[in-house]
Design a protein around this ligand. Sequence first.
Ligand SMILES: O=C(O)C(=O)C[C@H](O)[C@H](O)COP(=O)(O)O
Length: 202
Amino acid sequence: MSISLGRILPIVVIDSADDAEPLAEALLAGGIRQVEVTLRTPAAIEAARRMARHDDLVVGVGTALTTDDVSRAADAGARFIVSPGLIEPVVERTLALGLASIPGIATATELARASAFGLDLLKVFPAEQLGGVAMIAALAAVFPEVRFMPSGGIGPTNAGAYLSHPAVTAIGGSWMAPREAIKARDFLSIADLCTAAGELLR
Ligand SMILES: O=C(O)C(=O)C[C@H](O)[C@H](O)COP(=O)(O)O
């Protein structure tokens, strides 16, 4: 199943589920309509559940490492599942539940294995450390049908370079909603960072 995501995906780490609601409001205020909630904290699933109550916010779950992670995310209302690498049972469970699967790839071999599932969008992680836009351009030349969503080391200074590559349909990153800003409940700054990120698309 494919999904229509915007071009900029905030990747968030939420320490308290009570921050989920104001965070969703801040993202929407900043013009962002999609978010990846990483399963890196005990509060993540409940936070995803609360954010998914917003009809106008497409909520996905990231750092999905096991089939159980996928099932819990689906139950919480996640519409897409992201993993840092290609974990085939995670992809299979995600597709079986009718959700969009966006596994991470870091090599041509992993890309080929992910493509065998018929996936139309693959995460490249950790993008900047792997070689950035040049690495994606090299892969895109060999696999012209694949679309990429890089994340890892992307921020305001290099986001534009990724977005300008035709094979990159979206980029992900934590810079729009830093964990410390969420913890500090600095939702005004988060809304401003999201607005600034949106301006990269102009
Ligand atoms: O674990 C996952 O599934 C992830 O989504 C990892 C994220 O892509 C990075 O943590 C984002 O990296 P930064 O923007 O450099 O903070």
